[in-house]
Design a protein around this ligand. Structure first.
Ligand SMILES: [Ca+2]
Ligand SMILES: [Ca+2]
Ligand SMILES: [Ca+2]
Length: 223
């Protein structure tokens, strides 16, 4: 019996020792590091990193990015963005999900201000585009429909009167005759309205014929 007891005790001890997994409790750990749940790890990484100094919408050799919400959104999707590098993939996710990466709408856009060109928003003359969208944001955020065109016709001087900017003699080309007319029509900045017949000297539709208009005209001249 004695002989049998000793091996049994040894077996018990060996079995007990062999069955013991390395215990987390036995190792002193920082409680902040105990994150068994993978999701909790993600939140921890994002919470520690977000926001960082890096730009959200382009790749950079750091972790996280400067907009807290965007940073957390991206890192909850791809933890590496807060743990490794903010790669092109991270920037791509940001572009898809973060409002901060939306390109702000800016005037001018393509499209005639004086006619309905839905579904596109905005129009090609900056001042008129800004003016109309300031009155009805749908014209830039949504579509430049007939309502927008009507606002332009009523409120943007000159551009809906002149069929083709700079072509004073309606010859379908810009030439020396037009250059002479433009110089005659020149008012300088803020001096509106232009003289009758000078509507085609006001490119941006702000009422005057100034250096801004002249610069556009110069760019359109045959080189
Ligand atoms: Ca002409
Ligand atoms: Ca002007
Ligand atoms: Ca002008």
């Amino acid at each position: 019996m004695q002989a049998a007891f000793i091996p049994l005790s040894l077996f018990s001890m060996i079995a007990c020792t062999a069955g013991a997994e390395p215990s987390r409790d036995a190792v002193p750990v920082n409680t902040n590091d105990v994150a068994v749940d993978p999701h909790a790890q993600v939140e921890s990484a994002a919470g520690d990193v977000c926001p960082s100094a890096g730009p959200c919408c382009e790749s950079h050799p750091g972790v996280g990015c400067g907009d807290p919400l965007c940073c957390e959104q991206v890192c909850s999707h791809t933890p590496f963005c807060c743990e490794g590098l903010w790669t092109q993939e991270c920037a791509g996710i940001a572009a898809a999900v973060c409002d901060v990466c939306d390109t702000p709408f800016t005037c001018p856009q393509t499209g005639d201000c004086c006619t309905d060109h839905a579904p596109d928003g905005g129009c090609e003359r900056e001042f008129c585009c800004d003016l109309v969208c300031g009155r009805d944001s749908y014209c830039c955020d949504g579509e430049w429909d007939n309502i927008c065109a009507n606002i332009a016709r009523a409120n943007c001087p000159n551009i809906c009167v002149c069929d083709s900017f700079g072509d004073f003699d309606v010859s379908a080309t810009l030439d020396l005759v037009d250059v002479a007319s433009l110089l005659t029509c020149f008012t300088g900045a803020g001096n509106s309205p232009v003289a009758p017949g000078c509507e085609c000297a006001d490119y941006d539709g702000d009422g005057d014929a100034d250096l801004n208009d002249f610069a556009v005209f110069h760019g359109l001249l045959p080189q």
